[in-house]
Design a protein around this ligand. Structure first.
Ligand SMILES: [Fe+2]
Length: 328
């Protein structure tokens, strides 16, 4: 089993319910009505929300920031307490709080289609089936995800975003398993892998396809992209940044078996004696120092009957990214 190793519990924080409640009533409500997620498209609204949240939760935020900035750690799980009795209001308030919190921790890039500082994903039985029928693996909530770092495409340039944040609005599965994180600095024999793969910037990868216009059982179009990139890059402080996403598709003019070397490295990450784990659950925000480690997660099992949607989550990616290559 891929994810069966011993692990350390990721640093986790629960936000103070009274303070979050005050934030919701004083900042998220306008004239007795909750703001909507779309309001965060407005830079001044987003700035206002994050500034107010920072003021009311400064002590906890300092601790969270320290854990994320520390490259030997690089992960924090933050639970947002329930505030409203009405489930819809509570879901919106939780998501808005997570967006404000994310914006305190890093500057999120805008979703290209919606211009929101996050991208919302929702999965249902219908959409899972459509994705599987279309042969698109590793996308639906029940697929296994191997250790990787997230990438970011802007125009034709490819990079590794410094930070990412994932907020589960809800997960309608009984067994949610864990989210896993291996800091790059903890990988045994890292320098040997770096030496064997090198810093060349002409490795080709097929990225995981991006799905557009997916609703219910319909998939509008799938964009498959090939990129040329470095696998390893050096950060300003000398630490290693790794592009590790999609499927390796070769390196030009070489007789060396880089596929094998990459596979060996990926196996080393999955078998690394040290890793952090954070149980996956609703209303939990997981923030990662994406450029300093690798993440993976357990599949979700045993869907809770009676819910059309199986999972809903928001994902934010920092504007700050380390450029590693380009889209071919
Ligand atoms: Fe990821």
């Amino acid at each position: 089993m891929l994810h069966s190793k011993a692990h350390a519990e990721a640093p986790s924080f629960t936000l103070d319910q009274e303070k979050v409640s005050r934030f919701c009533h004083d900042v998220l409500e306008v004239g007795g009505e909750l703001r909507s997620l779309g309001d965060t498209k407005d830079a001044s609204v987003l700035e206002h929300l994050s500034r107010e949240l920072r003021t009311s939760l400064s002590d906890t935020l300092v601790q969270i920031e320290a854990r994320i900035a520390d490259k030997a750690c690089g992960i924090a799980a933050i639970d947002i307490p329930p505030i409203y009795e009405d489930l819809t209001d509570d879901a919106i308030a939780g998501a808005l709080t997570s967006i404000a919190l994310t914006t305190v921790l890093f500057e999120p890039s805008k979703d290209v289609e919606n211009l929101t500082p996050f991208t919302m994903f929702s999965a249902s039985y219908e959409s899972n089936k459509a994705l599987n029928d279309a042969g698109l693996l590793n996308i639906s909530p029940t697929d296994i995800l191997d250790f990787h770092s997230d990438g970011l495409i802007r125009g034709t340039s490819l990079g590794v975003p410094r930070y990412i944040a994932i907020y589960n609005t809800f997960i309608n599965y009984r067994k949610c398993g864990s989210f896993y994180w291996v800091p790059t600095s903890s990988i045994e024999n890292l320098s040997e892998h770096v030496e064997r793969i090198g810093f060349d910037d002409d490795f080709t990868f097929d990225l995981t396809p991006a799905i557009y216009g997916e609703s219910g059982s319909r998939i509008d179009h799938v964009v498959e992209r090939k990129v040329r990139t470095a696998i390893f890059s050096k950060d300003a402080d000398g630490s290693i940044i790794t592009f590790m996403n999609g499927k390796f598709a070769g390196k030009e003019g070489t007789g060396t078996d880089y596929a094998d070397r990459l596979k060996t490295f990926q196996t080393a990450i999955a078998r690394n004696p040290f890793r952090y784990a954070a149980p996956q659950k609703s209303r939990r925000l997981i923030v990662l120092n994406n450029s300093s480690g690798f993440h993976a997660r357990d599949i979700f099992e045993e869907a809770i009957p009676g819910h059309e949607e199986t999972r809903n989550y928001l994902r934010s990616v920092s504007k700050e990214a380390v450029n590693t290559g380009y889209v071919m």
